[in-house]
Write a new protein. Structure first.
Length: 149
């Protein structure tokens, strides 16, 4: 008894190339449209000699925008892992290292024992903000009591 392979729907090369090059559409969505798996979508692209699809599309200049640099530096200083930072900033891990170099941040050696997660970094940042608010309130209370006395 022979098994017939499920090959999904066919599509002209131009239409497939348009979908392949549109990074707003995921491989899973293309696969659902053609009734095949995301891996089969990649195989079809290779068979059609289309260029590899990057995981994160390139952005002009630096993936980390100038308004994100303070946040990046804080993550770097606290020891957030490169992969977590790359996912957060939607870029690749080499770009994280290059951005750190560009900003003049010190080199660091992270292991699985001394790096922190994004959730831990967010908790640290929240503690800092709460401490700043508490300090402002204490100063305001001291001024009020000083003027009342």
């Amino acid at each position: 008894m022979s098994r017939i392979a499920h090959r999904g729907k066919t599509m002209p090369r131009a239409d497939f190339a348009r979908l392949w090059n549109d990074h707003a559409i995921t491989l899973a969505e293309i696969g659902a449209l053609l009734d095949i798996s995301p891996q089969a979508v990649r195989f079809r692209a290779m068979a059609r000699d289309l260029p590899p699809r990057s995981r994160y599309p390139r952005q002009p200049f630096h993936a980390i925008k100038p308004e994100q640099e303070a946040e990046f530096a804080s993550m770097w200083a606290h020891g957030v892992g490169r992969y977590a930072m790359a996912d957060y900033f939607r870029t690749n891990t080499p770009r994280i290292g290059l951005t750190a170099q560009r900003l003049g941040l010190p080199k660091r050696t992270l292991t699985r024992w001394n790096k922190i997660t994004l959730e831990q970094w967010r908790a640290i940042e929240a503690q800092k903000r709460m401490a700043e608010v508490a300090e402002k309130e204490q100063r305001a209370a001291k001024r009020i009591w000083h003027h009342a006395a």
